[in-house]
Design a protein around this ligand. Sequence first.
Ligand code: ZN
Length: 208
Amino acid sequence: MSCGYQLRWYDLFPVFSYLFLRGQCRKCGAHISVQYPIVELLNGILWVCVWVKLGISADSALVSLLVSALIVLSVIDWRTYEIPLGINIIIGILGVIRIIIYPSDIAGNIIGMFAVSVPLLIILLASGGRAMGGGDVKLMAAAGLFLGWKLVLIALIFGCFYGSVIHIVRMRVSGEEHMLAMGPYLSAGILTAILFGSEIIEWYVGFF
Ligand SMILES: [Zn+2]
């Protein structure tokens, strides 16, 4: 960003290139944000979690790509309060590919596209755009297509839970009003639903 140096292939090893360069640009020595290796490390850890939990399959590959999209989206939303449309489109395309490979419950996937996004859209319109952003609505439509209606509902419940708890803590700690970027919390909810959704549904159904 500082001198316009074009990164070479050996500058692109996740985490390791940053450590090797000790967080400085190879050419001009400018400081490189620690955000980059942290995001790379988080991505690697979550991919391992996905493959350990869900096994080695084409589906795990799709879920891994979804996780990477969610990480990028979360960082951008956290910093800019905007979810780029392109990332939501990528998630929607991953959802379509998943339906083509695993067409066992197409109706569930299509209902999932609307199950959360439509109620959120109504809240968005009713609040005049103050309660949430259009990016959140599109994210839950794309994620709903990927997850199906049961898991996208779980994603919403956990996303709202994470968002309210962490937001309250942040306001207490800093004592000031924060604008709430929903993307990171919804993403964490989506990840929870993917990794533990079937257990959560079994546990809940066990009450009846
Ligand atoms: Zn430089």
